[in-house]
Ligand binder design. Structure first.
Ligand code: B12
Length: 226
């Protein structure tokens, strides 16, 4: 890449301005030139945060959030990105059930976390978005996963995450599964209130924690990701 800091500023700026064509073009070029895909996602995320701030200030509207989501999704689905995440691996690290909790339809962060887990050799059952506590309980019962992962980007999802944990307790399933919760807004206090086993504000950190839980040493479990 000719000038990484220029690429960085340009990409964040294109996402912030909702410039679909240039965001995707630059992301593709950067990937072809060898940028770390995870670093690229961080840059995209930074652009999204700026979009969120503009929405907060009422300079952007809901249609702009939709557009930002579409741009991120297209970058996530670039062939170069897919190759990074969907390397072939022959090792099953563990089983994870994942979903975005009820009331929330944001799924980009959840999907990034899922792709990372898959790249690490986890078998992931994705329940999608706006998932009720009953569906989580049913699927923990059915699949007997090592880990249940809850995503909730809206701050209002803290209560719903706690309800999911409580419902698992009521169904006598809580002790059978580790629970990780993830979102930008989560704090130690929210984590303690919810009663999960771990939390992360970043997908990479979360994936690292899941590997630790499964006793996977660093450097193992990923093959074919170049
Ligand atoms: C794109 C977007 C949308 C899109 C989502 C498209 C999609 N397919 O996901 C759409 C248009 C649907 C949308 C809708 C709404 N949105 Co919105 N949205 C955004 C925006 C701009 C980007 C979100 C995003 O994808 N970011 C990129 C990803 C990578 O980041 P992420 O999801 O946070 O994930 C990271 C971490 O959280 C973590 N992570 C996430 N999940 C998990 C799970 C686990 C287990 C782990 C370990 C980690 C992890 O890993 C990721 C990074 O590594 C944010 C702004 C922002 N600051 O994020 C607002 C934002 C989240 N939205 C917001 C709002 C208010 C809404 C609406 C209520 C607007 C409305 N009036 O209708 C609705 C809610 C609809 C609903 N019921 O869910 C607010 C939330 C404020 C709050 N306090 O809760 C934000 C912060 C904007 C703002 N500043 O006001 N939105």
């Amino acid at each position: 890449m000719s000038d990484l800091s220029k690429t960085k500023e340009s990409l964040i700026g294109y996402v912030e301005q909702l410039d679909e064509e240039n965001s995707i073009k630059l992301a593709k070029e950067a990937l072809n030139e060898g940028i770390d895909p995870l670093y690229l996602l961080d840059l995209m995320n930074e652009g999204m945060k700026r979009v969120g701030k503009l929405y907060d200030c009422k300079d952007y509207y809901i249609a702009d959030l939709i557009m930002a989501g579409l741009i991120f999704r297209q970058v996530l689905e670039l062939e170069e990105m897919a190759n990074f995440f969907h390397g072939t691996y022959n090792k099953k690290t563990g089983k994870v059930v994942i979903g975005t909790v009820k009331g929330d339809i944001h799924d980009i962060g959840k999907d990034i976390f899922r792709y990372m887990l898959e790249a690490y050799g986890f078998d992931v059952i994705d329940l999608g978005v706006d998932v009720s506590r009953e569906i989580f309980v049913k699927n923990v019962e059915k699949h007997n996963p090592d880990i249940l992962a809850l995503s909730g980007v809206l701050t209002s999802t803290v209560d719903e995450m706690k309800e999911v944990v409580d419902s698992l307790m009521e169904a006598n399933l809580r002790e059978k599964v580790k629970i990780i919760i993830g979102a930008n807004h989560l704090t130690q206090d929210a984590f303690r209130f919810i009663g999960a086993d771990g939390f992360a504000t970043d997908a990479s950190e979360g994936a690292k924690l899941c590997r630790e839980w499964m006793n996977v040493d660093d450097g193992q479990g990923v093959e074919g990701n170049g």
